[in-house]
Design a protein around this ligand. Structure first.
Ligand SMILES: Cc1cc2nc3c(=O)[nH]c(=O)nc-3n(C[C@H](O)[C@H](O)[C@H](O)COP(=O)(O)OP(=O)(O)OC[C@H]3O[C@@H](n4cnc5c(N)ncnc54)[C@H](O)[C@@H]3O)c2cc1C
Length: 324
């Protein structure tokens, strides 16, 4: 069976890697790029997916939350948060897929012709046939558009890399800095990556006492109604909106959704059902918290983290502890 995957980010390259042993897999990635991203991932992903750990730039056992000039330190119960540089992380995942036998082409999917995918490689149009097509082409998925599905709901974030060293990941919950979401600072060696909802970026850099022009990029806002399959075309990662509400963590969920999709294809199971079984409840609960965060109860919820039991609850939830 021929499987064609569009997009070689965490979702596409993981799907390619997991399917390449059993099927004829081809992965199409537009170009080498360093996706605007905080690069924060749960450290356990390195064991879960057997990824070389030498690409981890930092490991943290705590993070900090800020609200109304007050700081709350959150103990992560070990070095459970890692920071990666996306260009290196994504390339490593593509190399692992290639090692398993996936063929990788650098080119751009531009549409369909006679049930084949049109791929532009070096200005030349080529047709790729497939039995299954997997769309892992990110939040602005062109496959989604060409398949006639609704676009992924999303928000615009502004992002920049600044010449400053930070000691850990910081989250700012003041409305002025993060709007309905949050503003963040993540360390990256001698630099720091920062970001927030686009309308709040000016306030955020003023607060940090810096001046820099941002890059804009979209991030999905998950909804349970998002379609993740149409006939023999499957969507995964940002192209399926699979970013955790409230935390906006996408890498971990893109890779685990890739695992659910590959297992479903291998065992002939219903991907949507399997995904809902694994993540449906968790995503719905976090969506509820995300909506709560948009109300006047936000300060109350943030301040609850002064209590150790609440901090433990949040960290266990984030770590995916079974008892939560
Ligand atoms: C500013 C910002 C900060 C973030 N910070 C974090 C964070 O710290 N931690 C975290 O977990 N998540 C973070 N996220 C979310 C995370 O980046 C995504 O959820 C994650 O990258 C999703 O992986 P993916 O493989 O689905 O999509 P992507 O990483 O977007 O990969 C899609 C790939 O498809 C390729 N592609 C697109 N169109 C085509 C085409 N037509 N033809 C061929 N190839 C194509 C692209 O080049 C890209 O490589 C952040 C997002 C933003 C915007």
């Amino acid at each position: 069976m021929k499987i064609l995957i569009i997009g070689g980010g965490p979702a596409g390259s993981t799907t390619a890697r997991l399917l390449a042993k059993d099927f004829n897999v081809t992965l199409i990635q537009e170009k080498e790029w360093d996706k605007p991203c905080g690069g924060g991932v749960k450290s356990k992903i390195f064991e879960e997916f057997e990824i070389p750990k030498n690409i981890i730039k930092h490991k943290f056992n705590y993070v900090e939350m800020f609200y109304k000039n007050k700081k709350i330190k959150i103990d992560l119960k070990g070095d459970n948060l890692s920071i990666v540089l996306r260009s290196e992380f994504d390339k490593t995942l593509r190399d692992l897929a290639q090692k398993e036998g996936a063929k990788i082409f650098y080119g751009r999917f531009i549409g369909f012709e006679n049930k084949k995918a049109i791929i532009k490689i070096n200005n030349e149009k080529m047709l790729f046939s497939y039995d299954i097509l997997i769309a892992a082409d990110g939040v602005n998925s062109l496959v989604r558009k060409k398949t006639g599905l609704k676009p992924i709901p999303k928000i615009l974030t502004h992002y920049a890399r600044i010449d400053k060293q930070t000691d850990t990941c910081k989250f700012y919950f003041d409305k002025k800095l993060g709007g309905d979401y949050y503003a963040w600072e993540f360390p990256h060696k001698e630099k720091t990556h920062i970001g927030t909802f686009h309308k709040n970026f000016e306030n955020f850099i003023k607060y940090l006492n810096i001046d820099i022009s941002p890059k804009g990029y979209f991030i999905p806002t998950w909804q349970k109604e998002i379609k993740i399959q149409k006939n023999n075309i499957y969507f995964v990662g940002d192209a399926a909106g699979q970013v955790m509400p409230l935390s906006f963590e996408g890498i971990y969920y893109a890779m685990h959704s890739a695992k659910i999709l590959s297992d479903s294809i291998k065992s002939n199971l219903n991907y949507e059902k399997e995904w809902n079984k694994r993540f449906g409840k968790e995503f719905k609960f976090m969506k509820f918290l995300e909506n709560l965060n948009k109300t006047s109860l936000r300060g109350f919820v943030v301040n609850l983290h002064k209590f150790k039991r609440i901090r433990n609850f949040s960290v266990n939830l984030w770590l995916g502890a079974k008892n939560v």
